[in-house]
Design a protein around this ligand. Structure first.
Ligand code: NAD
Ligand code: DAU
Length: 332
């Protein structure tokens, strides 16, 4: 049995990871989560008490982090401010959590010699043209666009520096867009599904030609576990499942799967600096570590996600009105 410390384990991808670990290992998990607006303790409901310890706290709290590192065999770091639109409105929390928070964890890893896996995003590489035959690889230069992605890029560079300068035993993964259960309704797919449930027309930024490379959150989790087991210290692994779709296609698919007219959506004000296309080449992870995604059918994964939101209105309803009021104030 390993003792894993998971930061941000009450968020979307972190909670999916904790459920994945509990189902696929005998590891004990301690979650450190501040429970910001994006964290939800109930996303971890159903996990037996003897497998999970939940600690509410800030990753930038050095004393608390130091105490938790004492009893961790490995740390998986998901905690972040994660939403681009929020970072355009108020960047400060992104610096505090993504930069100072990651720095605080790295210092603890350095003191205790703890193995750390840092979760990052493909957005650090900027964006691609729609007709670019290349995809992002581990050697693509960093070129982030938003306050969110620039703080994630900064956190990656801190990890690399702590590995090289102080011998911290860390790996990094950069994943593409995740979908699945427990995702906050501010994000694209849950926003549109819950809009349809509420009788609100889905909202597409601009023309909707922007492409995202979708992966099911459970596939992200299996990749992270694999890197934790077999990844080489100091290395970066890109995680993706060949799921490129433009936003217009995704909205139309949601409407169709929910029994609505596929054209029943609105075009709204575009996001400032909106990245055009992300696309991941995950050859390194697949060939060196033998990982493969399980969810190859996006339509089936999306249908299951729609079903989850339909049957878990109690989970998302408390956030829905506030999120829509925020977007409405921005013309979105
Ligand atoms: P999320 O916003 O759903 O969850 C973030 C979690 O971190 C929340 O539970 C929140 O309470 C917690 N948190 C925030 N600040 C904290 C702090 N200072 N101390 C402790 N906890 C804090 O985010 P997500 O979408 O699950 O993303 C998780 C990680 O995965 C992030 O690092 C993000 O950059 C990365 N990522 C996300 C995606 C995606 O598609 N969502 C893709 C690739 C990488
Ligand atoms: O690529 C990985 C990234 O994916 C992660 O690092 C981020 O944490 C995660 O939030 C996600 O970033 P995006 O900005 O791509 O995700 P979002 O769900 O906000 O938007 C997806 C696309 O949909 C994007 O092109 C903007 C568009 N969009 C979004 C919303 C909320 C709309 O058209 N309408 C909307 O209402």
């Amino acid at each position: 049995m390993r003792r894993l410390l998971v930061t941000g384990g009450a968020g979307f991808i972190g909670s999916n990871f904790v459920h994945h670990v509990i189902s696929n290992s005998d590891d004990h998990v301690t979650v450190l989560d501040k429970l910001t607006y994006a964290g939800n303790r109930s996303s971890l409901d159903g996990i037996p008490d003897d497998r999970l310890t939940f600690v509410q706290g800030d990753i930038a709290d050095a004393a608390l982090v130091d105490e938790l590192f004492r009893s961790a065999d490995a740390v998986v770091h998901y905690a972040a401010e994660s939403h681009n639109d929020n970072s355009l409105h108020d960047p400060r929390p992104f610096l505090d959590t993504n930069i100072i928070g990651t720095y605080t964890l790295l210092e603890a890893a350095r003191r205790h010699g703890t193995r750390l896996h840092h979760i990052s995003t493909d957005e650090v590489y900027g964006d691609l043209e729609l007709d670019d035959p290349d995809r992002f690889t581990e050697s693509t230069p960093y070129n982030p666009s938003s306050p969110y992605s620039s703080t994630k890029a900064g956190s990656d560079l801190l990890v690399r520096a702590w590995v090289r300068s102080f011998g911290v035993r860390a790996t990094i993964s950069n994943c593409s867009n995740n979908y699945g259960p427990y995702q906050h309704v501010e994000k694209f797919i849950p926003r549109q599904i819950t809009n349809v449930v509420r009788g609100i027309r889905p909202k597409l930024y601009g023309a909707g030609e922007n492409v995202r490379d979708w992966i099911h959150a459970d596939d992200h989790s299996s990749a992270v576990l694999r890197i934790l087991e077999a990844g080489e210290i100091g290395e970066t692994y890109l995680i993706g499942a060949d799921g490129e779709r433009n936003n217009k296609e995704v909205v139309e698919l949601i409407l169709t799967l929910m029994g609505q007219d596929a054209a029943a959506y609105d075009h709204v004000t575009d996001r400032a600096g909106h990245d055009l296309r992300y696309a991941i080449d995950s050859t390194k992870l697949r060939t060196e570590l033998g990982w493969a995604p399980r969810y190859s059918d996006f339509e089936a994964g999306l249908a299951a996600t729609i079903d989850w939101y339909r049957t878990h209105e109690d989970w998302w309803a408390p956030s829905k009105d506030g999120v829509e009021a925020f977007y409405a104030s921005k013309g979105q």
